[in-house]
Design a binder for this molecule. Structure first.
Ligand SMILES: [Zn+2]
Length: 492
């Protein structure tokens, strides 16, 4: 006899997700290529310096999108690359010019460019952790996919979309009729607006480099069928996304400054190397971050890295909250007041969580938070509307607190709010718990034993020994506080 499976509810149904697609210039319902699965690629950092908070807004939105899709029920595979070669200093023109950003820094500091790249890659990963950004499934480095980039250039030559000249390979932009479909730029306007790099060896000023010939003293170069050289930045992202996700894939994200030329060129490369097929269904771009109402720039003194803010006493979770508290399609204005507000909001949420948890004790949750949970989910699935989703959270907390003041909040209701905060809210915002170090039960026993010894020393008026024990614990990051005749400890 087959066993009857118990009814498990409708929890496994994936709600509708809507995203603003730069390609179609409208908010669209998201349909994955494979049921229940999402493959996405996010342009990662160019590792020649510390990433600034504007960069991190974009990485946080990519993290938000991943979390919302998983929360909605999708299995998500995310690739976020490390650009450790090929990103040139003049990157706003259709075909970038200038120096390689990493090689430039390496020459300035007189160190190996790979040492520069690894140094800032490590710093980037550390900053990501501080902001509680989940690591991607794959973090490919451009320098480890040189063969794939050469192969892409070869395919494009074979298909008639690229040509070699003097050791460099260029993409024949005008041959791709859809060039401009993402950014809305058309070729004539680009040429007229001088957003092209003039270079005598190219057949047309609009053509862009897939592979560049390296001068003898160029610090980063590889062997290729066209001699020693290095890849173009746009070719890197096409090669890595194709290799790790396959074409087509579902979502590509980046900052709005990536739309042109970077992503426009990626589309051209992908489609022309893949028989004209569409390569990415949804392009999601994050608007610029302003600081104190102005564009962030070093000369204006409003340019901040995560480290700058930590030095000023702010914490990673506060930066996370401040940067997520605004829709990615609007130019968020980052101020110290917004950080202060984030700090207060986090404190309020944590305090409420503690109070509800205390009230709930062992009680089973009832349905008190169910509506909020559904509303929270549909709001986030509606193009990642974090501001409205946070309103849902504060509204529920207010209701709970009001009932508590009226001595009317049941343990079951409190338990339901706790469940919502843990299983809905924090799955996305990830700020419920502070960065306190976790302390093992053995360590706790050891601390308590030392407190006992200290109390004995104090009873025997052996102040030196008592102080010694206190200082010993302090050196391990454990602070002792004597209050109301009792000694309590807390991690620093
Ligand atoms: Zn990219």
């Amino acid at each position: 006899m087959p066993k009857t499976l118990p009814f498990v509810g409708f929890g496994s149904m994936i709600p509708k997700v809507f995203l603003y697609n730069t390609l179609t210039k409208k908010k669209e319902e998201f349909h994955p290529l494979h049921v229940g699965e999402v493959k996405m690629y996010s342009c990662g950092p160019t590792v020649y310096d510390y990433a600034h908070i504007g960069n991190f807004r974009s990485f946080l939105v990519s993290d938000l999108l991943t979390r919302v899709l998983r929360y909605a029920g999708y299995k998500v595979t995310k690739v976020q690359n490390i650009t450790d070669v090929g990103h040139l200093t003049n990157d706003g023109t259709a075909d970038a010019g200038g120096e390689d950003k990493i090689a430039h820094k390496a020459a300035q500091e007189k160190v190996d460019p790979f040492a520069i790249a690894r140094r800032y890659e490590d710093a980037f990963v550390e900053d990501e952790k501080l902001l509680r950004i989940l690591p991607p499934e794959h973090r490919p480095r451009a320098t480890e996919y040189i063969a794939e980039q050469i192969e892409l250039a070869q395919t494009l030559i074979k298909e008639g979309f690229a040509y070699e000249v003097n050791g460099s390979v260029y993409f024949r932009t005008k041959k791709f009729k859809n060039y401009g479909k993402l950014s809305g730029n058309n070729i004539e306007d680009l040429v007229a607006g001088a957003r092209v790099e003039v270079n005598d060896e190219k057949k047309d000023p609009m053509d862009f480099a897939l592979w560049k010939k390296a001068e003898v003293n160029h610090l980063m170069q590889w062997k290729s069928p066209w001699g020693m050289g290095f890849p173009g930045w746009h070719a890197e992202c096409s090669a890595m996304s194709t290799k790790l996700l396959g074409l087509p894939f579902d979502i590509h994200t980046g900052g709005e400054d990536n739309i042109f030329p970077h992503h426009e060129c990626e589309i051209a490369q992908n489609e022309c190397s893949n028989h004209g097929h569409k390569s990415v269904n949804y392009w999601l771009h994050v608007k610029h971050l302003q600081v104190n109402g102005e564009k962030m720039s070093k000369s204006k003194g409003n340019f901040y890295t995560i480290r700058d803010l930590l030095e000023k006493g702010w914490k990673g979770d506060e930066i996370r909250y401040a940067l997520l508290n605004g829709h990615y399609q609007t130019a968020l204005n980052f101020t110290f007041d917004s950080l202060e507000m984030a700090r207060n909001s986090i404190a309020r949420i944590r305090e409420a969580y503690r109070i509800f948890k205390d009230r709930a004790r062992e009680a089973q949750p009832d349905e008190f938070s169910q509506n909020s949970s559904e509303k929270f989910k549909t709001t986030l699935c509606d193009d990642l509307n974090t501001a409205d989703a946070l309103s849902v959270v504060f509204e529920l907390m207010k209701q709970g607190m009001r009932l508590r003041e009226e001595a009317d909040l049941s343990p079951e209701q409190a338990s339901s709010i706790v469940l919502f905060l843990e299983k809905d809210f924090d799955v996305i915002f990830d700020i419920l718990k502070g960065n306190e170090k976790t302390i093992s039960p053995e360590k706790i026993k050891e601390i308590e034993q030392k407190i006992k010894e200290r109390n004995e020393a104090r009873n025997n008026k052996n102040w030196a020994q008592a102080d010694e024990i206190r200082d010993e614990l302090l050196a391990e990051g454990i602070e002792l506080v004597d209050e109301k005749g009792k000694t309590v400890w807390k991690p620093q």
